[in-house]
Design a protein around this ligand. Structure first.
Ligand code: CTP
Length: 410
């Protein structure tokens, strides 16, 4: 299990009523062995699955269950106020909904409402419950508030069912918890560099879509993989990360606040709100340059459009150029350039011209094509500094490229 060494955390572990409660014991044990103080809050349902003596023996502390116990010490808020991080493992669908709604039906709910620290939830439920639109909406709402959702994974559920909804493994929950407080406990157990601790990093990723009518849009092939790799790398280096995500083809990373957008206008509006609070802004999204002049309320019909229809387009504002012009000197703005050329010199001159036009601090020039850049696991980039000097040239996995891009910000 990962070691988190020097800092002794006060961790509240909430355990709710699901079969995965037995795995909470391993989560608690890992925290205790890593030297942290653990307060367990168990719901009545949790105690149906795992006994109080087990939780007390493993956490080495009394287990809290009752809202009306310890009233003189205001326990229903004190535990939340004092915690460095709260982890709820497992989180049932019911608890997830209660947290999303801000309900405080029991000691755990009160503690969560009274906290100022990060909250990590490890959901566990049947596939149908996880996929229910109400749960989907709750998860999205919680993530938009910066609450970290770990998993769930896929596998055997209670009874004969198999599918998505199985609580993540204890090691993954422990790692996500340490990340949430800026302790990087990677798989190796070593703390990696924390050079972005205290920094706010904003990343745009994916590809925007411009509606033509209710069923059609103008879009592009960006999968968001490079943006997600950047978000994960920045998170692991200690940053507080926000990802403005336009139609990602992969899962969003845990421990990252995600704002989902669709069109360029929505991405621009999110950027306007988020940019001022960030130290580093990375514009990895593929942003549609044009949108239809008018969006039809009804599906456009062939017999009305004719054989060679034309679609009138209007140019979208260039968000990166506007951002670079309005940014503060203490902010570092990185743009991306998608260019379809195999030739190094051509890429360089296209990149330098784009960098001068956009006015950002650095530009990642990315060769794209039918089989390169978009949707792939690897990438090939040249990073240019303001003025056009080459800072880095690197090929490889998108995560490795992300690390090299972040290196230029410190
Ligand atoms: N970008 C932006 N707003 C737009 C278009 C692009 O902010 N309307 C940003 C992208 O997020 C990226 C950079 O500008 O960081 C370059 O995008 P790219 O598509 O390579 O360049 P364009 O400006 O669209 O120029 P061209 O299509 O002529 O290559």
């Amino acid at each position: 299990m990962a070691t988190s060494a020097a800092r002794r955390l006060r961790i509240v572990v909430g355990v709710t009523g699901g079969i995965a409660a037995y795995k909470a014991v391993s989560v608690i044990r890992a925290f205790v062995l890593d030297g942290h103080h653990v307060d367990v809050i168990a719901t009545a349902g949790a105690l149906e699955f795992v006994g109080r003596p087990t939780l007390e023996a493993i956490s080495r502390n009394p287990v809290h269950t009752e809202l009306y116990e310890g009233v003189s010490e205001v326990r229903h808020v004190a535990l939340g106020q004092q915690a460095d991080v709260i982890v709820v493992a497992p989180t049932t669908a019911n608890t997830l909904a209660a947290i999303a709604a801000g309900l405080a039906p029991d000691l755990l709910g009160n503690t969560i409402l009274a906290r100022r620290c990060p909250l990590v939830l490890a959901p566990a439920m049947h596939t149908e419950m996880w996929e229910n639109p109400a749960t989907r909406a709750n998860v999205e709402l919680l993530q938009s508030r910066g609450i970290i959702i770990v998993g769930p994974g896929s596998g055997a559920l209670t009874g004969a069912d198999i599918g998505v909804g199985r609580m993540s493994e204890p090691e993954e929950i422990v790692t996500a918890t340490y990340r949430a407080v800026g302790l990087n406990a990677g798989a190796s157990g070593e703390r990696g560099t924390q050079d972005l601790l205290g920094k706010n990093v904003l990343i745009t990723g994916g590809g925007t879509r411009e509606a033509i009518d209710p069923v059609r849009f103008i879009g592009n092939r960006s999968s968001g993989r490079q943006a997600v790799a950047l978000a994960e790398a920045a998170r692991d280096r200690g940053a507080t990360v926000t990802l403005i995500a336009a139609h990602l083809e992969i899962d969003v990373p845990t421990g990252v606040r995600v704002i989902s957008v669709s069109s360029t206008a929505q991405l621009g509006a999110a950027l306007d709100v988020e940019a001022p609070a960030n130290d580093i802004i990375i514009m990895a999204a593929a942003i549609a340059d044009y949108r239809p002049v008018a969006v039809s309320d009804n599906k456009l019909k062939k017999n009305v459009m004719g054989d060679e229809p034309t679609l009138a387009l209007v140019q979208n504002p260039d968000l990166l150029t506007a951002l670079s012009a309005s940014s503060r000197p203490d902010q570092f703005i990185i743009g991306f350039a998608a260019e379809t050329s195999d030739d190094h010199d051509t890429l360089l001159s296209l990149g330098r011209e784009k960098l001068a036009r956009k006015g950002c601090d650095a530009l990642v020039v990315n060769g794209v094509g039918w089989n390169a850049g978009f949707g792939t696991e690897t990438n090939d980039v040249i990073v240019l500094a303001r003025g056009g000097d080459i800072l880095v040239e690197v090929s490889g996995e998108k995560r490795a490229i992300a690390e090299r891009i972040l290196d230029i910000t410190s």
